[in-house]
Design a protein around this ligand. Sequence first.
Ligand SMILES: [Zn+2]
Length: 268
Amino acid sequence: MIRVAMRPVPAIVRVVCLVAVVACSTPATTTPTERRGIVDNHVHLAFDPVADALAAAGVTTVVDLASPESALPGLLATRSLKVIASGPMLTRVGGYPLNSWGRDGYGIGCDDAACATATIDRLVGKGAGVIKLALDDAGLRDELVPVAVAAAHRHGVKVAVHALTEISAALAGRAGADVLAHTPLEPLTDQTVALWRGRAVISTLAAFGGSPAAIANLRKLRAAGCTVLYGTDLGNLRVTGPSSEEIALLREAGLDDAAIQAAMTSRI
Ligand SMILES: [Zn+2]
């Protein structure tokens, strides 16, 4: 139990305590609603296997947005946390992240519709609870984005997109994707922001340095009616548990305590 009565509580600690009731208050005084734990909507546990440490820090649910296909069963069998997992992200043959950090199977390359559809069918059959598409220059070919979204939606599974650029965020929005896996880094046009009304964006501001452009994008997306979800991109960053830096950046983007609490306790 953290005793904080003798001095003002910094805002970051206050918000973390709001959501991490396990660490900040006695069980006797918490209600079922208060017991909702922290959700990190963007992690890579196959890259950084710290599920137990996350659970100890008050995280109860994570969304794993890229792992090798062979790691899916193990991720879904995690006991200390609820894990929603995508398996490998769909990309072009030899594309991102196969051309860099994810060469060990964190992506599957497809250059035609049959491959994209069959891959999504297989991943959902193995328990994928969300489908992740890599977009931008080295990602899935433009014409396959609506095909992949339709294949996932036929299974009732949402689609998260790695789309850091304006052109990719617009493409994904038009194709009916559900979630931006990161706050885009390029300034978004008002037209693209409007496309994401009623959908969601995972913050991951700290993982990309908290640039003014990304913060402005998150502020505009939220103002347009896009739901903000807390996510750290664990594996890219190595912060185990609630990220004070991410919380501070969410505050810079205009979220108050209540909004940050909502972002940290909601999931895809
Ligand atoms: Zn990631």
